[in-house]
Write a protein that binds this ligand. Structure first.
Ligand code: ATP
Ligand code: MG
Length: 384
Protein backbone atom coordinates (compact mmCIF):
# COMPACT_ATOMS: atom_id res chain seq x y z
CA UNK A 1 0.00 0.00 0.00
CA UNK A 2 1.34 3.41 -0.87
CA UNK A 3 1.29 6.09 1.77
CA UNK A 4 2.43 9.66 1.98
CA UNK A 5 4.01 11.00 5.11
CA UNK A 6 4.29 14.77 5.17
CA UNK A 7 4.52 17.41 7.88
CA UNK A 8 1.46 19.18 6.49
CA UNK A 9 -0.54 15.99 6.76
CA UNK A 10 0.26 15.19 10.39
CA UNK A 11 -0.01 18.86 11.37
CA UNK A 12 -2.59 19.64 14.10
CA UNK A 13 -4.55 22.03 11.83
CA UNK A 14 -4.87 19.36 9.12
CA UNK A 15 -5.91 16.65 11.51
CA UNK A 16 -8.44 18.97 13.21
CA UNK A 17 -10.06 19.78 9.87
CA UNK A 18 -10.16 16.13 8.76
CA UNK A 19 -11.59 15.01 12.10
CA UNK A 20 -14.33 17.66 11.89
CA UNK A 21 -15.30 16.61 8.37
CA UNK A 22 -15.39 12.88 9.07
CA UNK A 23 -17.03 12.91 12.51
CA UNK A 24 -20.39 11.76 11.13
CA UNK A 25 -18.95 9.27 8.67
CA UNK A 26 -18.32 11.49 5.64
CA UNK A 27 -15.11 10.98 3.68
CA UNK A 28 -12.32 13.56 3.46
CA UNK A 29 -9.43 12.98 1.07
CA UNK A 30 -6.60 15.18 -0.08
CA UNK A 31 -6.37 15.45 -3.85
CA UNK A 32 -4.60 17.27 -6.67
CA UNK A 33 -1.32 19.11 -6.33
CA UNK A 34 -0.72 18.36 -2.65
CA UNK A 35 -0.89 14.59 -3.16
CA UNK A 36 0.95 14.64 -6.49
CA UNK A 37 3.77 16.76 -5.09
CA UNK A 38 3.97 14.80 -1.84
CA UNK A 39 4.48 11.64 -3.90
CA UNK A 40 7.25 13.40 -5.82
CA UNK A 41 8.74 14.83 -2.64
CA UNK A 42 8.24 18.34 -3.94
CA UNK A 43 6.94 21.42 -2.12
CA UNK A 44 3.18 21.66 -1.77
CA UNK A 45 1.43 24.97 -2.43
CA UNK A 46 -2.24 24.58 -1.56
CA UNK A 47 -4.23 21.92 0.24
CA UNK A 48 -7.31 20.63 -1.56
CA UNK A 49 -9.73 18.24 0.11
CA UNK A 50 -12.48 16.27 -1.62
CA UNK A 51 -15.48 15.07 0.36
CA UNK A 52 -18.79 13.34 -0.18
CA UNK A 53 -20.44 15.75 2.28
CA UNK A 54 -22.58 18.47 0.67
CA UNK A 55 -21.28 22.05 0.98
CA UNK A 56 -23.92 23.02 3.60
CA UNK A 57 -22.87 20.00 5.65
CA UNK A 58 -19.22 21.02 5.33
CA UNK A 59 -20.09 24.45 6.69
CA UNK A 60 -22.16 22.98 9.54
CA UNK A 61 -19.45 20.46 10.50
CA UNK A 62 -16.82 23.19 10.49
CA UNK A 63 -18.95 25.52 12.64
CA UNK A 64 -19.52 22.77 15.14
CA UNK A 65 -15.75 22.25 15.49
CA UNK A 66 -15.08 25.98 15.74
CA UNK A 67 -13.34 26.11 12.35
CA UNK A 68 -13.85 29.20 10.20
CA UNK A 69 -15.70 28.39 6.94
CA UNK A 70 -15.76 30.73 3.95
CA UNK A 71 -17.93 29.83 0.94
CA UNK A 72 -15.21 30.79 -1.58
CA UNK A 73 -16.58 28.83 -4.53
CA UNK A 74 -19.95 27.69 -3.38
CA UNK A 75 -21.29 27.54 -6.99
CA UNK A 76 -18.97 24.65 -7.71
CA UNK A 77 -19.12 23.18 -4.23
CA UNK A 78 -16.04 24.70 -2.63
CA UNK A 79 -15.85 25.91 0.94
CA UNK A 80 -12.54 27.12 2.36
CA UNK A 81 -11.92 26.07 5.94
CA UNK A 82 -9.32 28.03 7.84
CA UNK A 83 -7.65 26.51 10.88
CA UNK A 84 -4.58 28.00 12.61
CA UNK A 85 -4.33 30.36 9.63
CA UNK A 86 -4.01 27.48 7.15
CA UNK A 87 -6.63 27.43 4.36
CA UNK A 88 -8.08 24.11 3.20
CA UNK A 89 -10.19 24.14 0.02
CA UNK A 90 -12.89 21.59 0.60
CA UNK A 91 -14.84 20.60 -2.51
CA UNK A 92 -17.75 18.19 -2.61
CA UNK A 93 -17.29 15.21 -5.00
CA UNK A 94 -18.58 16.27 -8.39
CA UNK A 95 -19.32 14.96 -11.79
CA UNK A 96 -19.46 17.19 -14.82
CA UNK A 97 -22.83 17.30 -16.47
CA UNK A 98 -22.59 20.02 -19.07
CA UNK A 99 -20.05 22.37 -20.44
CA UNK A 100 -19.62 25.42 -22.61
CA UNK A 101 -15.88 25.05 -23.15
CA UNK A 102 -15.02 27.53 -20.46
CA UNK A 103 -16.61 26.44 -17.24
CA UNK A 104 -18.00 23.02 -16.49
CA UNK A 105 -21.48 22.91 -14.97
CA UNK A 106 -21.42 20.39 -12.17
CA UNK A 107 -23.54 18.08 -10.09
CA UNK A 108 -22.53 16.69 -6.72
CA UNK A 109 -21.71 13.05 -6.35
CA UNK A 110 -20.94 10.59 -3.59
CA UNK A 111 -18.70 8.48 -5.83
CA UNK A 112 -14.98 9.14 -5.72
CA UNK A 113 -14.44 7.56 -9.15
CA UNK A 114 -16.87 10.06 -10.66
CA UNK A 115 -15.05 12.88 -8.92
CA UNK A 116 -11.77 11.56 -10.31
CA UNK A 117 -13.10 11.37 -13.88
CA UNK A 118 -14.04 15.04 -14.02
CA UNK A 119 -10.44 16.05 -13.28
CA UNK A 120 -7.93 16.79 -16.04
CA UNK A 121 -4.92 14.47 -15.82
CA UNK A 122 -4.47 11.11 -14.13
CA UNK A 123 -1.60 12.47 -11.97
CA UNK A 124 -4.02 15.10 -10.63
CA UNK A 125 -6.63 12.53 -9.64
CA UNK A 126 -4.71 10.74 -6.91
CA UNK A 127 -6.25 10.97 -3.43
CA UNK A 128 -4.85 10.52 0.07
CA UNK A 129 -6.82 9.74 3.21
CA UNK A 130 -6.05 11.73 6.38
CA UNK A 131 -3.77 8.89 7.53
CA UNK A 132 -1.76 9.16 4.30
CA UNK A 133 -3.13 6.10 2.53
CA UNK A 134 -3.29 6.61 -1.23
CA UNK A 135 -6.54 6.07 -3.11
CA UNK A 136 -5.97 5.90 -6.84
CA UNK A 137 -9.18 5.28 -8.78
CA UNK A 138 -7.72 5.88 -12.27
CA UNK A 139 -4.17 4.57 -12.10
CA UNK A 140 -2.61 8.00 -11.76
CA UNK A 141 0.23 6.71 -9.62
CA UNK A 142 1.70 4.65 -12.45
CA UNK A 143 1.55 7.65 -14.76
CA UNK A 144 3.09 9.89 -12.14
CA UNK A 145 5.94 7.43 -11.56
CA UNK A 146 6.52 7.30 -15.31
CA UNK A 147 6.30 11.10 -15.41
CA UNK A 148 3.50 10.81 -17.97
CA UNK A 149 0.92 13.59 -18.21
CA UNK A 150 -2.19 11.82 -19.43
CA UNK A 151 -5.67 13.17 -20.07
CA UNK A 152 -8.43 11.40 -18.21
CA UNK A 153 -10.65 9.98 -20.94
CA UNK A 154 -10.49 11.21 -24.50
CA UNK A 155 -8.15 14.19 -24.78
CA UNK A 156 -10.04 15.89 -27.53
CA UNK A 157 -13.37 15.67 -25.67
CA UNK A 158 -11.80 16.85 -22.44
CA UNK A 159 -10.26 19.86 -24.19
CA UNK A 160 -13.61 20.80 -25.72
CA UNK A 161 -15.13 20.83 -22.24
CA UNK A 162 -12.54 23.31 -21.02
CA UNK A 163 -9.92 24.69 -23.39
CA UNK A 164 -7.70 25.73 -20.50
CA UNK A 165 -6.77 22.06 -20.27
CA UNK A 166 -4.61 22.49 -23.39
CA UNK A 167 -2.53 25.05 -21.55
CA UNK A 168 -2.55 23.02 -18.33
CA UNK A 169 -1.20 20.08 -20.33
CA UNK A 170 1.90 22.06 -21.28
CA UNK A 171 2.26 23.40 -17.76
CA UNK A 172 2.13 20.00 -16.10
CA UNK A 173 4.41 18.55 -18.73
CA UNK A 174 6.98 21.27 -18.00
CA UNK A 175 6.79 20.69 -14.25
CA UNK A 176 6.31 16.93 -13.96
CA UNK A 177 6.73 15.31 -17.40
CA UNK A 178 9.69 13.26 -18.54
CA UNK A 179 11.76 15.65 -20.69
CA UNK A 180 13.43 12.71 -22.45
CA UNK A 181 10.14 11.15 -23.48
CA UNK A 182 8.90 14.31 -25.18
CA UNK A 183 5.25 15.16 -25.51
CA UNK A 184 2.68 12.52 -26.38
CA UNK A 185 1.86 12.95 -30.11
CA UNK A 186 -1.77 12.02 -29.56
CA UNK A 187 -2.25 14.71 -26.92
CA UNK A 188 -0.49 17.23 -29.16
CA UNK A 189 -2.77 16.32 -32.05
CA UNK A 190 -5.84 16.79 -29.83
CA UNK A 191 -4.54 20.18 -28.74
CA UNK A 192 -3.69 21.26 -32.31
CA UNK A 193 -7.13 20.29 -33.53
CA UNK A 194 -8.79 22.59 -30.97
CA UNK A 195 -6.91 25.86 -31.19
CA UNK A 196 -9.95 28.02 -31.90
CA UNK A 197 -11.43 27.39 -28.47
CA UNK A 198 -8.49 29.07 -26.76
CA UNK A 199 -9.89 32.45 -27.77
CA UNK A 200 -12.93 31.86 -25.52
CA UNK A 201 -10.84 31.65 -22.36
CA UNK A 202 -10.73 34.56 -20.00
CA UNK A 203 -7.45 36.47 -20.21
CA UNK A 204 -6.95 36.05 -16.46
CA UNK A 205 -6.97 32.27 -16.71
CA UNK A 206 -4.61 32.31 -19.70
CA UNK A 207 -2.24 34.78 -18.04
CA UNK A 208 -2.08 32.87 -14.81
CA UNK A 209 -1.48 29.58 -16.66
CA UNK A 210 1.29 31.08 -18.82
CA UNK A 211 3.09 32.40 -15.74
CA UNK A 212 2.82 29.06 -13.96
CA UNK A 213 4.24 27.32 -17.04
CA UNK A 214 7.12 29.79 -17.30
CA UNK A 215 7.85 29.28 -13.60
CA UNK A 216 8.92 25.65 -14.22
CA UNK A 217 12.63 24.87 -13.88
CA UNK A 218 12.84 24.31 -17.65
CA UNK A 219 9.76 25.28 -19.66
CA UNK A 220 11.62 25.43 -23.02
CA UNK A 221 10.51 22.06 -24.40
CA UNK A 222 6.90 22.67 -23.49
CA UNK A 223 6.97 26.13 -25.03
CA UNK A 224 8.56 24.71 -28.20
CA UNK A 225 5.73 22.16 -28.36
CA UNK A 226 3.24 24.99 -27.88
CA UNK A 227 4.79 26.71 -30.89
CA UNK A 228 4.71 23.56 -33.02
CA UNK A 229 1.09 22.90 -32.14
CA UNK A 230 0.04 26.46 -32.95
CA UNK A 231 -0.93 27.30 -29.35
CA UNK A 232 1.82 29.84 -28.82
CA UNK A 233 0.80 31.97 -31.80
CA UNK A 234 -2.76 31.86 -30.52
CA UNK A 235 -2.12 32.99 -26.96
CA UNK A 236 1.04 35.06 -27.42
CA UNK A 237 0.87 36.36 -30.99
CA UNK A 238 4.18 37.81 -32.15
CA UNK A 239 6.26 35.82 -29.68
CA UNK A 240 9.44 33.96 -30.59
CA UNK A 241 10.76 31.26 -28.26
CA UNK A 242 14.23 30.85 -29.82
CA UNK A 243 16.01 32.54 -26.90
CA UNK A 244 14.17 30.66 -24.15
CA UNK A 245 16.22 27.45 -24.06
CA UNK A 246 19.45 29.49 -24.07
CA UNK A 247 18.17 31.67 -21.25
CA UNK A 248 17.26 28.64 -19.14
CA UNK A 249 20.73 27.25 -19.75
CA UNK A 250 22.44 30.52 -18.79
CA UNK A 251 20.31 30.88 -15.66
CA UNK A 252 21.82 27.72 -14.20
CA UNK A 253 20.48 27.17 -10.70
CA UNK A 254 19.20 30.72 -10.22
CA UNK A 255 15.67 30.92 -8.78
CA UNK A 256 13.14 30.89 -11.61
CA UNK A 257 11.32 34.07 -12.53
CA UNK A 258 8.44 33.74 -15.00
CA UNK A 259 8.61 37.41 -15.96
CA UNK A 260 12.26 37.05 -16.98
CA UNK A 261 11.28 34.11 -19.19
CA UNK A 262 8.45 36.13 -20.68
CA UNK A 263 10.92 38.87 -21.63
CA UNK A 264 12.84 36.28 -23.66
CA UNK A 265 9.71 35.59 -25.71
CA UNK A 266 9.42 39.05 -27.22
CA UNK A 267 8.38 42.64 -26.94
CA UNK A 268 6.21 43.58 -23.90
CA UNK A 269 3.36 44.09 -26.38
CA UNK A 270 2.92 40.31 -26.66
CA UNK A 271 1.94 40.19 -22.98
CA UNK A 272 -0.58 43.02 -23.02
CA UNK A 273 -3.55 40.63 -22.85
CA UNK A 274 -2.19 38.43 -20.09
CA UNK A 275 -3.61 40.60 -17.30
CA UNK A 276 -0.27 40.89 -15.55
CA UNK A 277 -0.22 42.96 -12.38
CA UNK A 278 1.08 46.48 -12.71
CA UNK A 279 4.25 45.45 -10.92
CA UNK A 280 4.80 42.48 -13.22
CA UNK A 281 4.27 44.59 -16.33
CA UNK A 282 6.68 47.24 -15.04
CA UNK A 283 9.33 44.58 -14.42
CA UNK A 284 8.71 43.12 -17.88
CA UNK A 285 9.16 46.47 -19.61
CA UNK A 286 12.17 47.44 -17.55
CA UNK A 287 13.97 44.13 -18.19
CA UNK A 288 13.18 44.13 -21.88
CA UNK A 289 14.40 47.68 -22.32
CA UNK A 290 17.61 46.93 -20.41
CA UNK A 291 18.17 43.66 -22.29
CA UNK A 292 17.83 45.07 -25.79
CA UNK A 293 19.56 48.37 -24.91
CA UNK A 294 23.25 49.13 -25.01
CA UNK A 295 24.01 50.12 -21.41
CA UNK A 296 26.92 48.18 -19.94
CA UNK A 297 26.67 45.73 -17.06
CA UNK A 298 28.05 48.18 -14.49
CA UNK A 299 25.60 50.91 -15.45
CA UNK A 300 22.72 48.44 -15.27
CA UNK A 301 23.95 47.32 -11.86
CA UNK A 302 23.92 50.93 -10.68
CA UNK A 303 20.50 51.73 -12.14
CA UNK A 304 18.56 48.51 -11.59
CA UNK A 305 20.37 46.89 -8.69
CA UNK A 306 22.25 43.61 -8.79
CA UNK A 307 19.43 41.14 -9.43
CA UNK A 308 17.66 42.96 -12.22
CA UNK A 309 20.96 43.85 -13.88
CA UNK A 310 21.89 40.19 -13.85
CA UNK A 311 18.50 39.26 -15.32
CA UNK A 312 18.97 41.85 -18.07
CA UNK A 313 22.47 40.64 -18.93
CA UNK A 314 21.34 37.01 -19.06
CA UNK A 315 18.51 38.03 -21.34
CA UNK A 316 20.80 40.05 -23.57
CA UNK A 317 23.16 37.11 -23.98
CA UNK A 318 20.25 34.75 -24.68
CA UNK A 319 18.66 37.06 -27.23
CA UNK A 320 22.01 37.50 -29.00
CA UNK A 321 22.68 33.78 -28.71
CA UNK A 322 26.04 34.47 -27.12
CA UNK A 323 27.73 33.22 -23.98
CA UNK A 324 27.85 35.57 -21.03
CA UNK A 325 31.29 37.07 -20.52
CA UNK A 326 33.08 36.40 -17.23
CA UNK A 327 33.54 40.10 -16.34
CA UNK A 328 29.81 40.73 -16.30
CA UNK A 329 29.36 39.62 -12.70
CA UNK A 330 32.19 41.90 -11.44
CA UNK A 331 30.88 44.84 -13.46
CA UNK A 332 27.38 44.44 -12.11
CA UNK A 333 28.71 44.28 -8.54
CA UNK A 334 30.78 47.42 -9.13
CA UNK A 335 27.77 49.39 -10.37
CA UNK A 336 25.36 47.97 -7.80
CA UNK A 337 27.68 48.97 -4.97
CA UNK A 338 28.39 52.49 -6.25
CA UNK A 339 26.81 55.62 -4.73
CA UNK A 340 26.74 58.86 -6.71
CA UNK A 341 29.01 61.15 -4.69
CA UNK A 342 27.45 64.52 -5.63
CA UNK A 343 24.27 65.84 -4.02
CA UNK A 344 22.15 68.89 -4.82
CA UNK A 345 23.63 70.66 -1.83
CA UNK A 346 27.12 70.52 -3.40
CA UNK A 347 25.87 72.71 -6.28
CA UNK A 348 23.72 75.13 -4.29
CA UNK A 349 23.16 78.00 -3.98
CA UNK A 350 24.95 78.72 -7.29
CA UNK A 351 22.46 76.54 -9.05
CA UNK A 352 18.73 76.04 -8.45
CA UNK A 353 15.64 74.59 -10.09
CA UNK A 354 15.79 72.93 -13.52
CA UNK A 355 19.38 74.04 -14.04
CA UNK A 356 20.43 72.19 -10.89
CA UNK A 357 18.58 69.09 -12.07
CA UNK A 358 20.31 69.16 -15.47
CA UNK A 359 23.75 69.64 -13.90
CA UNK A 360 23.25 66.68 -11.55
CA UNK A 361 22.14 64.48 -14.45
CA UNK A 362 25.15 65.46 -16.51
CA UNK A 363 27.56 64.87 -13.63
CA UNK A 364 26.01 61.48 -13.02
CA UNK A 365 26.61 60.64 -16.70
CA UNK A 366 30.26 61.74 -16.45
CA UNK A 367 30.66 59.67 -13.30
CA UNK A 368 29.14 56.52 -14.87
CA UNK A 369 31.33 56.99 -17.97
CA UNK A 370 34.40 57.21 -15.70
CA UNK A 371 33.61 53.70 -14.51
CA UNK A 372 32.38 55.13 -11.16
CA UNK A 373 35.92 56.36 -10.37
CA UNK A 374 35.62 60.17 -10.21
CA UNK A 375 34.98 61.56 -6.72
CA UNK A 376 32.87 64.54 -5.69
CA UNK A 377 35.56 67.22 -6.05
CA UNK A 378 36.70 65.92 -9.43
CA UNK A 379 33.10 65.89 -10.66
CA UNK A 380 32.17 69.34 -9.34
CA UNK A 381 35.49 70.53 -10.84
CA UNK A 382 34.37 69.49 -14.31
CA UNK A 383 31.60 72.13 -14.15
CA UNK A 384 34.33 74.81 -14.38
P1 ATP B 1 -0.85 23.40 -8.22
O1 ATP B 1 0.38 22.78 -7.69
O2 ATP B 1 -0.62 24.40 -9.26
O3 ATP B 1 -1.83 23.88 -7.16
P2 ATP B 1 -2.95 21.51 -8.82
O4 ATP B 1 -2.91 20.19 -9.53
O5 ATP B 1 -3.35 21.48 -7.38
O6 ATP B 1 -1.54 22.18 -9.02
P3 ATP B 1 -5.09 23.35 -9.18
O7 ATP B 1 -5.29 24.32 -10.28
O8 ATP B 1 -4.86 23.84 -7.79
O9 ATP B 1 -3.89 22.42 -9.66
O10 ATP B 1 -6.34 22.38 -9.21
C1 ATP B 1 -6.58 21.38 -8.22
C2 ATP B 1 -7.10 20.11 -8.90
O11 ATP B 1 -8.37 20.38 -9.51
C3 ATP B 1 -6.24 19.58 -10.02
O12 ATP B 1 -5.20 18.75 -9.54
C4 ATP B 1 -7.25 18.83 -10.86
O13 ATP B 1 -7.54 17.58 -10.28
C5 ATP B 1 -8.49 19.68 -10.75
N1 ATP B 1 -8.56 20.71 -11.83
C6 ATP B 1 -8.13 21.99 -11.78
N2 ATP B 1 -8.39 22.64 -12.92
C7 ATP B 1 -9.01 21.75 -13.73
C8 ATP B 1 -9.55 21.81 -15.06
N3 ATP B 1 -9.47 22.91 -15.78
N4 ATP B 1 -10.14 20.69 -15.54
C9 ATP B 1 -10.23 19.55 -14.79
N5 ATP B 1 -9.74 19.44 -13.56
C10 ATP B 1 -9.14 20.51 -13.03
MG1 MG C 1 -3.61 23.15 -6.17
Amino acid sequence: MTRIDQPWLTDTATQTVCAALTVEGAQALFVGGCVRNALLDQPVSDLDIATDAQPETVIALAKRAGIRAVPTGIDHGTVTLIEHGVPFEVTTFRRDVLTDGRRAVVAYSTDIAEDARRRDFTMNAIYARPDGEIVDPLGGLADLNARRVRFIGNGENRIREDYLRSLRYFRFHAWYGDPQAGIDPEALAAISANLDGLAQLSRERVGSEVLKLLGARDPALSVAAMRQSGVLAQILPGSDDRALAILVHLEGEAPTNPIRRLVALGDPEIAKDLRLSKQQFTELRMLREAAVGSQGAAELGYKLGHDHARDAMLLRAALMEQPISPEVETDIALGAGATFPVSARDLMPEMTGPELGRALKSLERTWIDSGFTLDRDQLVGTLG
